[in-house]
Ligand binder design. Structure first.
Ligand SMILES: Cc1ncc(COP(=O)(O)O)c(C=O)c1O
Length: 416
Protein backbone atom coordinates (compact mmCIF):
# COMPACT_ATOMS: atom_id res chain seq x y z
CA UNK A 1 0.00 0.00 0.00
CA UNK A 2 1.40 3.43 -0.90
CA UNK A 3 1.88 5.95 1.88
CA UNK A 4 -0.97 8.03 0.46
CA UNK A 5 -3.29 5.01 0.30
CA UNK A 6 -2.37 4.21 3.92
CA UNK A 7 -3.22 7.75 5.01
CA UNK A 8 -6.57 7.57 3.22
CA UNK A 9 -7.29 4.16 4.78
CA UNK A 10 -6.54 5.57 8.22
CA UNK A 11 -8.99 8.43 7.67
CA UNK A 12 -11.61 5.90 6.54
CA UNK A 13 -11.06 3.83 9.65
CA UNK A 14 -11.44 6.89 11.92
CA UNK A 15 -14.69 7.85 10.16
CA UNK A 16 -12.95 11.02 8.94
CA UNK A 17 -12.60 10.32 5.22
CA UNK A 18 -14.16 13.06 3.08
CA UNK A 19 -15.46 13.11 -0.43
CA UNK A 20 -17.33 15.77 -2.33
CA UNK A 21 -20.95 15.24 -3.33
CA UNK A 22 -22.30 16.44 -6.65
CA UNK A 23 -25.18 18.91 -6.51
CA UNK A 24 -27.09 19.54 -9.74
CA UNK A 25 -28.66 22.94 -10.36
CA UNK A 26 -28.37 26.11 -8.24
CA UNK A 27 -28.28 26.24 -4.43
CA UNK A 28 -32.06 26.41 -4.04
CA UNK A 29 -34.07 25.09 -1.11
CA UNK A 30 -34.29 21.73 -2.92
CA UNK A 31 -31.54 20.18 -5.03
CA UNK A 32 -30.49 16.92 -6.63
CA UNK A 33 -27.55 15.45 -4.67
CA UNK A 34 -25.59 12.65 -6.33
CA UNK A 35 -28.64 12.06 -8.51
CA UNK A 36 -31.14 12.02 -5.63
CA UNK A 37 -33.69 14.81 -4.92
CA UNK A 38 -33.33 16.33 -1.45
CA UNK A 39 -34.21 19.31 0.68
CA UNK A 40 -30.98 21.31 1.00
CA UNK A 41 -30.39 21.91 4.70
CA UNK A 42 -26.65 22.63 4.76
CA UNK A 43 -26.06 25.52 2.36
CA UNK A 44 -25.04 29.01 3.50
CA UNK A 45 -27.26 30.55 0.82
CA UNK A 46 -29.32 31.74 3.80
CA UNK A 47 -31.39 34.41 2.04
CA UNK A 48 -31.85 32.59 -1.25
CA UNK A 49 -29.81 35.24 -3.09
CA UNK A 50 -27.38 32.89 -4.88
CA UNK A 51 -30.25 31.80 -7.12
CA UNK A 52 -32.19 35.11 -7.10
CA UNK A 53 -33.00 36.34 -10.65
CA UNK A 54 -31.67 39.90 -10.04
CA UNK A 55 -28.37 38.60 -8.67
CA UNK A 56 -27.95 36.10 -11.51
CA UNK A 57 -28.75 38.75 -14.13
CA UNK A 58 -26.36 41.28 -12.59
CA UNK A 59 -23.54 38.71 -12.54
CA UNK A 60 -24.21 37.69 -16.15
CA UNK A 61 -24.34 41.30 -17.28
CA UNK A 62 -21.08 42.05 -15.44
CA UNK A 63 -19.35 39.23 -17.30
CA UNK A 64 -20.41 40.82 -20.59
CA UNK A 65 -19.41 44.37 -19.59
CA UNK A 66 -16.30 43.88 -17.48
CA UNK A 67 -15.15 40.38 -18.35
CA UNK A 68 -14.85 37.13 -16.46
CA UNK A 69 -11.78 37.95 -14.41
CA UNK A 70 -9.95 40.83 -12.72
CA UNK A 71 -6.63 39.98 -14.33
CA UNK A 72 -4.28 40.93 -11.49
CA UNK A 73 -3.88 41.64 -7.80
CA UNK A 74 -5.69 44.67 -6.36
CA UNK A 75 -2.30 46.41 -6.12
CA UNK A 76 -1.27 45.82 -9.71
CA UNK A 77 -4.03 46.39 -12.28
CA UNK A 78 -6.80 44.51 -10.45
CA UNK A 79 -8.75 47.31 -8.72
CA UNK A 80 -11.60 47.95 -11.14
CA UNK A 81 -14.47 50.42 -10.89
CA UNK A 82 -16.79 47.57 -9.82
CA UNK A 83 -14.56 46.83 -6.81
CA UNK A 84 -14.55 50.46 -5.70
CA UNK A 85 -18.34 50.74 -6.14
CA UNK A 86 -18.97 47.64 -4.00
CA UNK A 87 -16.51 48.82 -1.34
CA UNK A 88 -18.39 52.11 -1.05
CA UNK A 89 -21.70 50.23 -0.91
CA UNK A 90 -20.43 47.92 1.86
CA UNK A 91 -18.99 50.80 3.91
CA UNK A 92 -22.41 52.48 3.79
CA UNK A 93 -24.15 49.19 4.70
CA UNK A 94 -21.83 48.55 7.65
CA UNK A 95 -21.58 52.21 8.72
CA UNK A 96 -17.78 52.39 8.43
CA UNK A 97 -15.51 54.92 6.71
CA UNK A 98 -14.00 52.30 4.40
CA UNK A 99 -14.30 48.73 3.17
CA UNK A 100 -11.79 46.52 1.40
CA UNK A 101 -12.66 43.49 -0.74
CA UNK A 102 -10.80 40.20 -0.45
CA UNK A 103 -10.92 37.09 -2.65
CA UNK A 104 -12.76 35.05 0.01
CA UNK A 105 -13.47 34.91 3.73
CA UNK A 106 -10.61 32.47 4.12
CA UNK A 107 -8.22 34.92 2.46
CA UNK A 108 -9.59 37.85 4.48
CA UNK A 109 -8.94 36.17 7.82
CA UNK A 110 -5.57 34.87 6.72
CA UNK A 111 -4.42 38.35 5.69
CA UNK A 112 -6.07 40.53 8.31
CA UNK A 113 -4.86 38.74 11.44
CA UNK A 114 -1.29 38.79 10.13
CA UNK A 115 -1.45 42.42 9.01
CA UNK A 116 -2.76 43.65 12.37
CA UNK A 117 -0.42 41.73 14.66
CA UNK A 118 3.36 41.54 14.78
CA UNK A 119 6.13 39.66 16.54
CA UNK A 120 6.08 40.45 20.25
CA UNK A 121 2.32 41.06 20.26
CA UNK A 122 -0.52 38.73 21.28
CA UNK A 123 -3.57 37.54 19.35
CA UNK A 124 -6.51 36.39 21.48
CA UNK A 125 -8.64 33.90 19.55
CA UNK A 126 -11.83 32.10 20.60
CA UNK A 127 -11.27 28.32 20.73
CA UNK A 128 -14.10 27.72 18.24
CA UNK A 129 -12.93 30.26 15.66
CA UNK A 130 -12.97 29.16 12.02
CA UNK A 131 -9.94 27.45 10.46
CA UNK A 132 -9.15 30.59 8.45
CA UNK A 133 -8.70 32.57 11.68
CA UNK A 134 -6.57 29.77 13.15
CA UNK A 135 -4.44 29.79 10.00
CA UNK A 136 -4.19 33.60 10.21
CA UNK A 137 -2.85 33.16 13.77
CA UNK A 138 -0.40 30.55 12.57
CA UNK A 139 0.92 32.85 9.84
CA UNK A 140 1.16 35.85 12.15
CA UNK A 141 4.39 36.18 14.06
CA UNK A 142 2.51 37.16 17.20
CA UNK A 143 1.91 34.76 20.10
CA UNK A 144 -1.62 33.31 20.06
CA UNK A 145 -3.67 32.83 23.21
CA UNK A 146 -6.74 30.64 22.63
CA UNK A 147 -9.46 31.49 25.13
CA UNK A 148 -12.34 29.19 26.07
CA UNK A 149 -15.39 29.60 23.88
CA UNK A 150 -17.18 32.90 24.59
CA UNK A 151 -15.47 33.00 28.00
CA UNK A 152 -14.82 36.67 28.75
CA UNK A 153 -13.27 35.87 32.13
CA UNK A 154 -10.67 33.69 30.47
CA UNK A 155 -10.10 36.41 27.89
CA UNK A 156 -9.74 39.04 30.64
CA UNK A 157 -7.24 36.83 32.44
CA UNK A 158 -5.24 36.44 29.24
CA UNK A 159 -5.24 40.20 28.65
CA UNK A 160 -3.87 40.71 32.16
CA UNK A 161 -1.08 38.21 31.43
CA UNK A 162 -0.20 40.06 28.22
CA UNK A 163 0.80 43.10 30.31
CA UNK A 164 1.74 46.01 28.11
CA UNK A 165 1.95 44.03 24.89
CA UNK A 166 -0.21 45.18 21.99
CA UNK A 167 -3.04 42.76 21.39
CA UNK A 168 -5.65 41.74 18.88
CA UNK A 169 -8.88 40.00 19.90
CA UNK A 170 -10.48 38.01 17.11
CA UNK A 171 -13.84 36.27 17.28
CA UNK A 172 -16.67 35.17 15.06
CA UNK A 173 -19.97 36.85 15.88
CA UNK A 174 -22.33 34.01 14.88
CA UNK A 175 -20.27 30.84 15.29
CA UNK A 176 -20.26 28.81 12.10
CA UNK A 177 -20.70 25.36 13.60
CA UNK A 178 -22.77 26.16 16.70
CA UNK A 179 -25.01 29.06 15.72
CA UNK A 180 -24.46 30.85 19.02
CA UNK A 181 -23.46 34.52 19.27
CA UNK A 182 -20.30 35.96 20.84
CA UNK A 183 -20.66 38.36 23.82
CA UNK A 184 -19.57 41.29 21.68
CA UNK A 185 -20.43 44.09 24.13
CA UNK A 186 -18.32 42.48 26.83
CA UNK A 187 -15.45 41.83 24.44
CA UNK A 188 -15.53 45.43 23.21
CA UNK A 189 -15.56 46.82 26.73
CA UNK A 190 -12.69 44.52 27.79
CA UNK A 191 -10.69 45.80 24.82
CA UNK A 192 -11.48 49.40 25.74
CA UNK A 193 -10.53 48.77 29.39
CA UNK A 194 -7.25 47.02 28.61
CA UNK A 195 -6.29 49.25 25.71
CA UNK A 196 -7.34 52.51 27.28
CA UNK A 197 -5.16 55.19 28.78
CA UNK A 198 -2.70 55.10 25.89
CA UNK A 199 -0.86 52.13 27.45
CA UNK A 200 -1.10 49.94 24.40
CA UNK A 201 -3.47 49.03 21.59
CA UNK A 202 -6.07 46.30 22.03
CA UNK A 203 -7.88 45.97 18.75
CA UNK A 204 -10.93 43.85 17.98
CA UNK A 205 -11.69 41.96 14.77
CA UNK A 206 -15.15 40.38 14.39
CA UNK A 207 -15.85 37.85 11.66
CA UNK A 208 -19.50 38.25 10.65
CA UNK A 209 -19.41 35.53 7.96
CA UNK A 210 -22.62 33.97 9.29
CA UNK A 211 -24.20 37.15 10.68
CA UNK A 212 -24.07 39.45 7.65
CA UNK A 213 -27.53 39.36 6.07
CA UNK A 214 -28.83 37.08 8.84
CA UNK A 215 -29.20 39.09 12.03
CA UNK A 216 -29.23 42.69 13.17
CA UNK A 217 -31.15 45.65 11.76
CA UNK A 218 -31.66 45.06 8.01
CA UNK A 219 -29.26 42.10 8.21
CA UNK A 220 -26.35 44.38 9.15
CA UNK A 221 -24.95 41.77 11.52
CA UNK A 222 -24.36 41.13 15.21
CA UNK A 223 -22.09 44.15 15.68
CA UNK A 224 -24.94 46.45 14.61
CA UNK A 225 -27.42 44.40 16.67
CA UNK A 226 -25.25 44.96 19.75
CA UNK A 227 -25.13 48.73 19.09
CA UNK A 228 -21.37 48.56 18.52
CA UNK A 229 -21.19 50.39 15.19
CA UNK A 230 -17.91 52.28 15.12
CA UNK A 231 -16.47 50.42 18.12
CA UNK A 232 -15.02 47.36 16.39
CA UNK A 233 -11.76 47.91 14.53
CA UNK A 234 -12.44 45.48 11.68
CA UNK A 235 -15.71 43.78 10.80
CA UNK A 236 -15.20 40.97 8.31
CA UNK A 237 -18.05 39.66 6.19
CA UNK A 238 -18.30 37.19 3.36
CA UNK A 239 -20.05 37.63 0.03
CA UNK A 240 -20.38 33.88 -0.51
CA UNK A 241 -22.94 33.08 2.16
CA UNK A 242 -26.07 35.20 2.75
CA UNK A 243 -25.02 37.53 -0.08
CA UNK A 244 -25.09 34.64 -2.52
CA UNK A 245 -21.88 35.35 -4.44
CA UNK A 246 -18.17 34.89 -3.69
CA UNK A 247 -15.54 36.99 -1.93
CA UNK A 248 -15.30 38.88 1.34
CA UNK A 249 -14.77 42.30 2.85
CA UNK A 250 -13.20 44.10 5.77
CA UNK A 251 -15.24 47.09 6.98
CA UNK A 252 -13.00 49.47 8.91
CA UNK A 253 -11.46 52.96 9.12
CA UNK A 254 -9.55 54.51 6.20
CA UNK A 255 -6.36 54.12 8.21
CA UNK A 256 -6.82 50.39 8.82
CA UNK A 257 -7.85 49.89 5.17
CA UNK A 258 -4.56 51.53 4.16
CA UNK A 259 -2.61 49.28 6.54
CA UNK A 260 -4.37 46.17 5.17
CA UNK A 261 -3.65 47.31 1.60
CA UNK A 262 0.01 47.44 2.57
CA UNK A 263 0.20 44.43 4.87
CA UNK A 264 -2.45 41.79 4.12
CA UNK A 265 -0.51 39.28 2.05
CA UNK A 266 -3.63 37.45 0.85
CA UNK A 267 -4.83 40.73 -0.70
CA UNK A 268 -1.48 41.82 -2.08
CA UNK A 269 -0.44 38.50 -3.59
CA UNK A 270 -3.73 37.23 -5.01
CA UNK A 271 -5.88 38.16 -8.00
CA UNK A 272 -8.77 40.54 -7.23
CA UNK A 273 -12.31 39.08 -7.08
CA UNK A 274 -13.89 38.57 -10.54
CA UNK A 275 -16.38 41.21 -11.78
CA UNK A 276 -19.39 38.82 -11.99
CA UNK A 277 -18.96 37.90 -8.31
CA UNK A 278 -18.46 41.54 -7.29
CA UNK A 279 -21.45 42.86 -9.21
CA UNK A 280 -23.57 39.87 -8.13
CA UNK A 281 -22.84 40.71 -4.47
CA UNK A 282 -23.68 44.37 -5.14
CA UNK A 283 -27.06 43.31 -6.57
CA UNK A 284 -27.60 41.02 -3.56
CA UNK A 285 -27.12 44.00 -1.22
CA UNK A 286 -29.69 45.91 -3.27
CA UNK A 287 -32.18 43.02 -2.89
CA UNK A 288 -31.46 42.80 0.84
CA UNK A 289 -32.10 46.51 1.26
CA UNK A 290 -35.31 46.38 -0.79
CA UNK A 291 -36.58 43.20 0.92
CA UNK A 292 -35.45 43.23 4.57
CA UNK A 293 -38.30 40.82 5.29
CA UNK A 294 -35.97 38.08 3.99
CA UNK A 295 -34.00 38.45 7.23
CA UNK A 296 -37.07 38.15 9.44
CA UNK A 297 -38.24 35.20 7.36
CA UNK A 298 -34.90 33.48 7.90
CA UNK A 299 -35.11 33.98 11.64
CA UNK A 300 -38.74 32.81 11.72
CA UNK A 301 -37.79 29.71 9.72
CA UNK A 302 -35.01 28.93 12.19
CA UNK A 303 -37.54 29.08 15.03
CA UNK A 304 -39.90 26.78 13.10
CA UNK A 305 -37.13 24.22 12.61
CA UNK A 306 -35.99 24.34 16.24
CA UNK A 307 -39.57 23.91 17.48
CA UNK A 308 -40.19 21.00 15.07
CA UNK A 309 -36.94 19.33 16.20
CA UNK A 310 -37.97 19.76 19.84
CA UNK A 311 -41.25 17.95 19.06
CA UNK A 312 -39.14 15.06 17.74
CA UNK A 313 -37.21 15.10 21.03
CA UNK A 314 -34.11 16.51 19.34
CA UNK A 315 -32.04 18.93 21.33
CA UNK A 316 -30.26 21.79 19.51
CA UNK A 317 -28.01 23.30 22.18
CA UNK A 318 -27.07 26.93 22.33
CA UNK A 319 -28.14 28.03 18.86
CA UNK A 320 -30.27 31.15 18.55
CA UNK A 321 -29.73 31.63 14.82
CA UNK A 322 -30.18 30.01 11.41
CA UNK A 323 -27.40 27.51 12.19
CA UNK A 324 -28.77 24.57 14.18
CA UNK A 325 -26.21 21.95 15.27
CA UNK A 326 -27.38 18.41 16.07
CA UNK A 327 -24.48 17.00 18.05
CA UNK A 328 -23.91 13.26 17.52
CA UNK A 329 -20.41 12.90 19.00
CA UNK A 330 -18.89 9.97 17.10
CA UNK A 331 -17.75 10.75 13.54
CA UNK A 332 -18.88 7.48 11.94
CA UNK A 333 -22.26 7.65 13.63
CA UNK A 334 -22.71 11.23 12.42
CA UNK A 335 -22.03 10.10 8.84
CA UNK A 336 -24.50 7.23 9.24
CA UNK A 337 -27.26 9.59 10.43
CA UNK A 338 -26.44 11.96 7.55
CA UNK A 339 -26.72 9.13 4.97
CA UNK A 340 -29.99 7.88 6.48
CA UNK A 341 -31.50 11.39 6.29
CA UNK A 342 -30.30 11.79 2.71
CA UNK A 343 -31.95 8.51 1.73
CA UNK A 344 -35.18 10.05 3.05
CA UNK A 345 -34.68 13.30 1.12
CA UNK A 346 -32.90 15.64 3.57
CA UNK A 347 -29.35 16.75 2.83
CA UNK A 348 -27.66 17.85 6.06
CA UNK A 349 -23.95 17.17 5.74
CA UNK A 350 -22.19 15.68 8.77
CA UNK A 351 -19.38 17.89 10.10
CA UNK A 352 -16.44 16.10 11.71
CA UNK A 353 -13.01 16.94 13.16
CA UNK A 354 -10.93 18.92 12.49
CA UNK A 355 -13.79 21.27 11.52
CA UNK A 356 -15.28 20.68 14.98
CA UNK A 357 -13.54 19.46 18.16
CA UNK A 358 -13.05 15.71 18.70
CA UNK A 359 -16.12 13.94 20.02
CA UNK A 360 -18.52 16.63 18.78
CA UNK A 361 -19.27 15.48 15.22
CA UNK A 362 -22.63 16.78 14.20
CA UNK A 363 -25.20 17.48 11.57
CA UNK A 364 -25.01 21.23 11.02
CA UNK A 365 -28.41 22.33 9.80
CA UNK A 366 -28.51 25.62 7.91
CA UNK A 367 -31.93 27.16 7.38
CA UNK A 368 -32.78 29.34 4.38
CA UNK A 369 -35.37 32.10 4.12
CA UNK A 370 -36.64 30.29 1.01
CA UNK A 371 -37.53 27.04 2.81
CA UNK A 372 -41.24 26.63 3.44
CA UNK A 373 -42.39 25.91 6.99
CA UNK A 374 -43.81 22.57 5.84
CA UNK A 375 -40.46 21.61 4.36
CA UNK A 376 -38.75 22.37 7.66
CA UNK A 377 -41.30 20.39 9.70
CA UNK A 378 -40.90 17.42 7.34
CA UNK A 379 -37.10 17.71 7.63
CA UNK A 380 -37.38 17.49 11.43
CA UNK A 381 -39.47 14.31 11.08
CA UNK A 382 -36.91 12.79 8.71
CA UNK A 383 -34.06 13.64 11.10
CA UNK A 384 -36.01 12.15 14.02
CA UNK A 385 -36.52 8.91 12.02
CA UNK A 386 -32.84 8.84 11.02
CA UNK A 387 -31.88 9.12 14.67
CA UNK A 388 -34.17 6.24 15.55
CA UNK A 389 -32.97 4.01 12.69
CA UNK A 390 -29.28 4.54 13.26
CA UNK A 391 -28.95 4.75 17.02
CA UNK A 392 -32.22 3.20 18.13
CA UNK A 393 -33.09 6.45 19.87
CA UNK A 394 -31.56 9.85 20.27
CA UNK A 395 -27.98 10.16 19.04
CA UNK A 396 -28.22 13.95 19.32
CA UNK A 397 -26.63 14.81 22.60
CA UNK A 398 -25.65 18.30 23.66
CA UNK A 399 -23.57 17.09 26.62
CA UNK A 400 -20.76 16.13 24.22
CA UNK A 401 -20.24 19.86 23.79
CA UNK A 402 -20.89 20.85 27.39
CA UNK A 403 -18.42 18.25 28.69
CA UNK A 404 -15.48 19.60 26.75
CA UNK A 405 -12.85 20.52 29.26
CA UNK A 406 -10.37 23.33 29.49
CA UNK A 407 -7.55 20.85 28.87
CA UNK A 408 -8.52 20.91 25.21
CA UNK A 409 -7.76 24.61 25.08
CA UNK A 410 -4.29 24.99 23.74
CA UNK A 411 -2.04 27.64 22.41
CA UNK A 412 -1.72 27.75 18.65
CA UNK A 413 1.98 27.70 17.83
CA UNK A 414 3.21 31.03 16.57
CA UNK A 415 4.54 29.40 13.44
CA UNK A 416 4.54 26.07 11.62
C1 LIG B 1 -16.59 32.09 10.29
C2 LIG B 1 -16.08 31.92 8.90
N1 LIG B 1 -15.16 32.77 8.45
C3 LIG B 1 -14.66 32.66 7.20
C4 LIG B 1 -15.09 31.67 6.35
C5 LIG B 1 -14.50 31.55 4.98
O1 LIG B 1 -15.29 32.23 4.07
P1 LIG B 1 -15.21 31.88 2.53
O2 LIG B 1 -16.07 30.67 2.33
O3 LIG B 1 -15.70 33.10 1.84
O4 LIG B 1 -13.77 31.58 2.22
C6 LIG B 1 -16.06 30.77 6.77
C7 LIG B 1 -16.52 29.72 5.83
O5 LIG B 1 -17.21 28.84 6.12
C8 LIG B 1 -16.56 30.88 8.08
O6 LIG B 1 -17.46 30.03 8.54
Amino acid sequence: MSEIAARLAELEQLGLHRRTRLVSGPQGPSVVVDGRPALLLCSNNYLGLADHPCVREAAADAALRWGAGAGASRLVSGTMTVHRALEQRIAAFKGTAAALLFGSGYLANLGIVGALSRAGEVVFSDELNHASIIDGCRLSRAETFVYAHNDVEHLAWGLEQAGERASLIVTESVFSMDGDVAPLEQIASLAARHGGGGRRGVRVVVDEAHATGCIGPGGRGAVAAAGLDGEIDVVIGTLGKALGSYGAFAACSQEIAALLTNGARSLIFSTAPPPPAVVGAHAALDVLEAEPERVTRLQANARVLRAALAREGIDAPGSSTQIVPLIVGDATLAMDVCEAALRDGVFAQAIRPPTVPDGTSRLRLAVMATHSEDELREAARVLGRAALDIAGGAPFNSSAVENRTATEITRVPASG
